[in-house]
Every structure is written in structure tokens, then in C-alpha cells.
Design a protein around this ligand. Structure first.
Ligand code: PHE
Length: 445
């Protein structure tokens, strides 16, 4: 018998737990910083709600209708043809995401350890501290491995006891600490320039690149395009409401991203840090803010702890894609499947973790392993997989089947809305993704 999520709240928490993570707090602020601020945010918001939310619902529909892993799901729904490839692509995307996600997860543990021992850097020393953290091979590797091991341990406990119980506790704490940080950040002297950066769009800097980066970030943050929502959906009971769950997930995820922007950007300007600092942005700015808050030392501990938990609830959803696949397709026991997939990830994580030190000169497509896996998953594999999902749902699966699943067998009344969603999936989504990918890639290669 397949495991299932017990309650609606459990599903929602697991989905939001997957979506809310380093993508909101680490990746969103730095990408927004390198892509021009407010204009990026606007493009991002439009893409999330018009494009990615319907894609999320599509993945959910495929998962719940088939009740199997990503690869088999497409075969069950359409036995003829090679649609299973979409699922494989999702699994591949999930693996390449874990490769660098664990490294950043490792940084959060590193910072947590330093906050517990009250040895975070002081103002002015934060950049040096961060570059030491990423360029000391033993240190990065150790924390990366710890992060991966924690992820694997949670998954060993299985769906109900692992993911569901674990995820429920941390959201409110994460929310409160990030709000506290945002309040301090916007009240720092000199924060005004940061607020302007966040809210005053300058469209003259927008290029095809900006769109591709916003699209990649939307996929990354909502956990779509890598079979995660599909896999979670396959564990969801038939009476749960797909539209409601997906919308709540997207809304809470976006809310966290915006608050993270508010927490980081004003401080970036107040401390004279460059907004286009890159992947280190969050880790360079935060210690400076904690320095400025009464009781900042304690808030730092709390913050890095919940950030770490948020990252784990995302990484378990990624690894679970591979684990479910191995259990069902290779008939492995859960334990063996977890060990095998973590073993593969360990090798890839090692490459990414050493990108800041011994492997810094090794480049794939002109990028270090860390940047390569980040770029190939967010800007290529995920949108591409999303494109195939919407083509499958919009053109291969019948509209009746889609509406039947999303309306819980016709028991939910909103037929008009479901038709609109279907047409967004069928026409708008494929065209927009294809155009953004083609133009974005012409610029990036
Ligand atoms: N959405 C997660 C985050 O924002 C990352 C993630 C991507 C998790 C894809 C699962 C699947 O951190």
C-alpha cells in the first residue's frame, strides 16, 4: 500500500514547505539584485500567477490522477508514446538541483554554528567571512555532507512521519524572524535607496535574460518542473482541493520572497554593499543586520535555525522525487532507495561544494560546477520539463479528464474557472515558456 498524507493541512504544509526555502531567502534577493530590482519583481509576479500557478496545478493533476511516481505517471495516463520521458527529465532536474542546493544548505549550517557560538563576523568583515566559508574545502564539504545526511535521515522516516510532522512546526517561526529582520532593515539609516530599488521599476535594463532568470526563479521557488509537486500530488487523497492548495502555496511562497526582499535590499544599500554581489548576498548582509538589532545574537540563532529547517523541507521534497521513482521503478526498499539516491547526490554535491576552492578553475559551459548546476536546472531543465508537462496536459490529456480531476470528479462547482485554467495550460503556457527560453538562451550561450 502506498503511503498518503493524512490531512489537508498536512498536504498544504508539505507543499508550502517544499516551495518556501532557500529559493525565497537566498536566491530571490540576489537574483533580483543582479537583474535590476523592481522590474524583475514585476515580471516575476506576472509569471508566477499567470503561468506557473497553472503549471503547478497541472503537475498536481498528473500526480494525483495517476497515484504513481513521475516516470510511470505519464505512462499510466497515456500508455501509447514515450511520455514517461517527461518524468525522467523531472527526476534529472531534481538531482541537479540537489547538487547545489545542499551546498547552500551547508552554508546555513555553517552560519548557524557560528551564531550559536556568537562568532558571526562583525560589520566590515562579512565578505571575508563568507569567502572563507566557500573557499575552505574541508569546511564547505563537511557542512554540505551534514545537510545531505539530514535530508536522507528525514526521508528514511517515510512520508507521514517524516515530512508531514516535521514541516508543520517551523513556518510561523521563520515568518516571525524574517519580519523582525525586515522591520530593522527598512528602518536603517540609508535604507530608502533600497526601498526605491525594490519598488521603482526601471524597465530600461530589462533584457531577454531578465525574463529567463525570472522564469527560472519562478520554477525554482514554486518547486515546479522537477516532478516534486507531481510526486507529492501522487500521495494526496482524492477529496483534497487542487486549485486551493496550489494557490495557497503560490501565495505564501511569493509572500515570503517579497518579505525576504524587504529584509535584505534596504540593508544592502544601508551598508553600502553592491546589490549585484551575487550568490553570497544573503550571507554577507545578514550578519551586518544582526549587529544592528537589540538581541541580534539570539535572533541570528533563531533565523539560521529556521532557515536550515526551511531548506531541509525543500531538499526532502527534491530527494523524494528520486526515492519514489527508485522504489516503484526498480522495486527497491525505501531504505535502499534513499541510500542510493543520496550516494549519487553526494558525488554531485562534492563537485559543487569544491567549486569555490580546488575546482574553481574547472568550468562546464563557462561556469563552475555550482553555477552550472544552478543554471542548467533553473533556466533549462525545469522550464523545459514544465513545457512538456503543459503540452501533455493541454494536448494529450483530454479537457474532460483534466476538469474531472481538478474538480474532484465534478463535486466542486467552478467549471468556468477550470476551463480558464485549462486554456492557460493549453495555449498560453507553452507559447510563453518557449519564447522566453529561446530568446533567453540565445543570449546566455
Ligand atoms: N522551492 C525550493 C526553494 O525555494 C527549492 C525547490 C525547488 C524544492 C524544486 C523542490 C523542488 O528553496
Amino acid at each position: 500500500m502506498r503511503d498518503n498524507f493524512k490531512s489537508s493541512f498536512g498536504v498544504l504544509v508539505a507543499m508550502a514547505g517544499s516551495a518556501i526555502g532557500l529559493g525565497n531567502l537566498w536566491r530571490f534577493p540576489y537574483l533580483m539584485g543582479t537583474n535590476g530590482g523592481a522590474a524583475f519583481i514585476i515580471i516575476y509576479l506576472v509569471l508566477v500567477f499567470l503561468l506557473c500557478l497553472p503549471i503547478m496545478m497541472s503537475e498536481f493533476v498528473v500526480g494525483r490522477r495517476s497515484q504513481v511516481n513521475a516516470f510511470r505517471a505519464f505512462k499510466v495516463l497515456s500508455p501509447k508514446g514515450h511520455w514517461g520521458i517527461i518524468g525522467m527529465l523531472g527526476v534529472l532536474a531534481a538531482i541537479s538541483l540537489i547538487a547545489f542546493y545542499c551546498v547552500v544548505g551547508g552554508w546555513t549550517i555553517d552560519y548557524l554554528v557560528h551564531s550559536v557560538t556568537f562568532s558571526l563576523p562583525e560589520e566590515g568583515a562579512t565578505e571575508g567571512f563568507f569567502s572563507a566559508a566557500v573557499s575552505t574545502p574541508g569546511r564547505t564539504l563537511m557542512y554540505t555532507y551534514i545537510f545531505l545526511i539530514v535530508t536522507a535521515l528525514v526521508l528514511l522516516a517515510g512520508i507521514k512521519d517524516g515530512i508531514e510532522r516535521y514541516t508543520k512546526v517551523m513556518m510561523p517561526v521563520l515568518f516571525l524572524t524574517i519580519i523582525a529582520i525586515a522591520v530593522r532593515s527598512v528602518t536603517l539609516p540609508g535604507a530608502g535607496a533600497g526601498l526605491e530599488f525594490l519598488f521603482k521599476p526601471d524597465f530600461s535594463k530589462v533584457t531577454a535574460d531578465t525574463f529567463l532568470n525570472a522564469l527560472g526563479q519562478a520554477f525554482f521557488s514554486l518547486s515546479i518542473g522537477c516532478a516534486t509537486i507531481l510526486t507529492y500530488g501522487s500521495y494526496v487523497k482524492k477529496n483534497e482541493k487542487i486549485v486551493k492548495m496550489s494557490s495557497l502555496t503560490a501565495i505564501s511562497d511569493t509572500f515570503f520572497a517579497i518579505i525576504a526582499g524587504l529584509a535584505i535590499m534596504p540593508a544592502v544599500f544601508a551598508f553600502g554593499i553592491s546589490p549585484s554581489e551575487g550568490p553570497g548576498l544573503l550571507f554577507v548582509v545578514l550578519p551586518d543586520i544582526f549587529d544592528q538589532i537589540a538581541g541580534g545574537g539570539i535572533i541570528a540563532i533563531l533565523f539560521f535555525f529556521v532557515l536550515f529547517i526551511a531548506a531541509v523541507t525543500s531538499s526532502i521534497s527534491l530527494l523524494e522525487v528520486c526515492v519514489t521513482f527508485l522504489i516503484e521503478e526498480c522495486r527497491l526498499r525505501r531504505r535502499t532507495a534513499v541510500l542510493l539516491s543520496s550516494g549519487v547526490c553526494l558525488v554531485l554535491c562534492t563537485l559543487c561544494a569544491l567549486s569555490g576552492s580546488v575546482l574553481s578553475d574547472v568550468h562546464v559551459l563557462g561556469r563552475t560546477f555550482f553555477d552550472f548546476f544552478d543554471m542548467i536546472s533553473a533556466n533549462f531543465l525545469m522550464p523545459f520539463c514544465g513545457l512538456l508537462v503543459v503540452i501533455f496536459v493541454g494536448w494529450k490529456m483530454k479537457r474532460e479528464a483534466f476538469v474531472d480531476e481538478i474538480s474532484n470528479g465534478g463535486t466542486l462547482p467552478n467549471t468556468k474557472l477550470y476551463n480558464v485554467i485549462f486554456y492557460l495550460v493549453r495555449y498560453v503556457a507553452p507559447i510563453v515558456i518557449a519564447v522566453i527560453m529561446v530568446f533567453g538562451w540565445m543570449k546566455q550561450i
